[in-house]
Design a protein around this ligand. Structure first.
Ligand SMILES: [Zn+2]
Length: 342
């Protein structure tokens, strides 16, 4: 099968497009013929070998994908060949104390598709039957752009930060895949959304997503603008996925008793914290990682009801994956970039 794989860590040049043997579904597994994969920042971390993402080589990247069921391993029930599906990308044991407590996103045997196991940058992928979600009307092209970003934003804002309709939320980097999902989910939850973007073009894109206010962080003082918009109070919640570059400003933008929710750190992991901010203003710092299958099902339901949707701004053939990674690393992608797999 055609696949994009890496045989060492490094820049976009380590991405090879070539032939590998197709995987074979084992007990309880499903073989999927992929039609689309989509890019996520985690793909870049895995490619670079950063952040403790361990892989064996050759390794196929890609956490997001949709396609049709091509084959069933032994003991798979309730699924049929030819069914259009999207993949829930966290592979879990469904049996540890976190899974049993409804928190499979913290499974002690958690594996991310395209990270600890081969992923979706290929014509075929094998996943446990549990990870397969029939689309029932949703297009594969749309579905492939959804899982990682939308379930991450959903888990962070709805489950972890518990945003409320009477609250205000600041969302950094709102033009990206995760940020654009977060803006829509926060709006869906009824919150007032203040978003940031780094250019006039991206500001216009984020306005289309439904943000109430959009701040161009390359030209404006974000903290000052947030304070102006909130009459000096600050926001109830900051959705922070940038890390080092924005952390200190995020803390300053929070109102007393506000909470900072972070599911990522694209610019760096080392941040500083004046602990007096934490106790004197009673601020909460909340971490979030991925999401549960239940969250992804809720996202798909919200998409079908027209409440949120992925904004696919570019589609490239799988063979042009190097260009796709370069564009993402350079911050040139608005919304989602898809890889089309023939
Ligand atoms: Zn588990």
């Amino acid at each position: 099968m055609k696949a994009v794989f890496i045989e060492r860590n490094g820049g976009p040049e380590v991405l090879s497009y070539g032939d590998l043997n197709p995987p074979v579904p084992k007990l309880g597994e499903v073989l999927i013929k992929l039609s689309y994969a989509s890019l996520n920042h985690v793909d870049i971390w895995v490619r670079r070998g950063l952040g403790g993402y361990k892989t064996d080589f050759p390794h196929i990247l890609g956490a997001d994908g949709a396609g049709t069921i091509e084959g069933l391993g032994p003991a798979v029930e309730g699924l049929r060949e030819g069914t259009s599906v999207v993949i829930y990308p966290l592979i879990t044991d469904r049996n540890c104390r976190f899974c049993l407590n409804g928190r499979e996103d913290q499974c002690v045997n958690r594996k991310l598709l395209g990270n600890q196991v081969d992923g979706t940058y290929a014509q075929y992928v094998v996943v446990p039957a549990y990870n397969v979600i029939p689309l029932e009307g949703l297009e594969e092209e749309t579905a492939a752009a959804v899982p990682v970003t939308f379930m991450t934003a959903w888990n962070a804002l709805i489950n972890r930060a518990k945003i409320q309709p009477y609250e205000s939320v600041l969302i950094w980097g709102a033009s990206g895949g995760l940020g654009s999902a977060a803006v829509q989910i926060a709006k869906m939850a009824g919150a007032t959304v203040i978003a940031t973007a780094g250019s006039e073009e991206k500001v216009k894109f984020v306005e289309k997503l439904g943000a109430d206010y959009v701040i161009n962080y390359s030209e404006e003082d974000v903290v000052q603008r947030v304070m102006d918009i909130t009459a000096g109070q600050g926001v109830n919640c900051v959705f922070e996925n940038v890390g080092a570059a924005t952390w200190e400003k995020s803390i300053r933008c929070l109102s007393p008793t506000g909470r900072l929710i972070t599911p990522g750190a694209t610019t760096g992991k080392d941040v500083s914290l004046d602990v007096r901010d934490l106790y004197s203003r009673q601020i909460s710092l909340i971490g979030s990682y991925g999401g549960r299958k239940f969250d992804l099902l809720n996202v798909i339901s919200a998409i079908k009801r027209g409440k949120v949707r992925p904004y696919i701004t570019e589609v490239l053939p799988l063979s042009q994956v190097q260009k796709a990674h370069e564009r993402m690393e350079n911050g040139e992608v608005k919304g989602k970039l898809l890889l089309k797999i023939d």
